[in-house]
Design a protein around this ligand. Sequence first.
Ligand SMILES: [Zn+2]
Length: 271
Amino acid sequence: MPELPEVETIKSQLSDFLPMKIIKTSFSDKTSRLIRQQDFVIKDGIITSISRKGKFLIFRFENENHFLISHLGMSGTWRISDQKLQGLEAKHAHIIFEGDSKVLSYVDPRRFGLAYFLNKNNYELKCQSFPIDISENAFDANHIFKIFKTYPNKTLKPFLLDQKHFSGVGNYIASEICARARLLPNRQVNTLSKKDCNNIKAAIDLIIYGAIKGSGTTFGGGYRDAFGEKGEGVNHLVVFHQQTCQLCKKTEVIKSNLGGRGTFHCPRCQK
Ligand SMILES: [Zn+2]
C-alpha cells in the first residue's frame, strides 16, 4: 500500500511536469467505485500544481473552481509517460489525461483508490475532514506527548498504527519509528518521556524524508512510482524485514507479532 513517503515521491515526481496542459481526458469503464464525487466533468484545462495532504494528492487547475483529490488506495499510482500506456498498465489505467507532450494516467489494478472531482466549496468542506498527519510541522514532540498522556495505557507500536491519532503511519513505518527512536515496540506509552517524543518526531522526519530520497518503498513488487519504477526506499530500513539491525550492524532483528501485525525490533538498540 502506498504510504506517506510513497505518495510524497509521486507528488514530487509529477510536479516536475507542471503546469501540464490537458488536451483530452478519458476514463475506463471501471470507475464507478473509484470516482466518488464529480462536481464537474473534466475535458481539458491546465493542471497547475499537485500538493499532498496526508495520503491524499490534491490537483489544482487553472480553473480555480476545479479540484481533484486522489487517494491511491492499495495499489494506485499516477504514471507519467510519453505515450498512452500499453498492455497490462493500459488495462488498469482508469483516468487518462492526455497533454501535448506527456500522458498522465491513474493506474490502479485493485481499484481501491478514490477520486473526487470537486468545486471549490466542496473541496474546502472535504479538506476540513482531513486529520493532521505525522508529516506536518504541527505534529511535533509536544503533540505526541499530549497524545500519550491522554491514552496512557496504550502499547507504543500498535498505537502508532491508530490513524485517528497518527494519520499516515503504516505497519513498516511504525516498526521503523520505534527502531530509530530506540524504543521497544511493546513499551507502554505512559513510560515515555518528552525526550522520547523528541526522538519519535526526529525518527518520523528521517523515515519520511529518507524514504523520499529513495523514491518510496516497495514490498512484494506492489508499489510503482510515477515513472513505473520500484522504489528503493527499502535500502533505508533499519529493522523492518532486515536480518541484522542496520543501526548497530551486529544484532539479529527479532520478529514478533504485536496487535496482530508483524513487528521487527533490535533487542540491543531498543530499550
Ligand atoms: Zn541494533
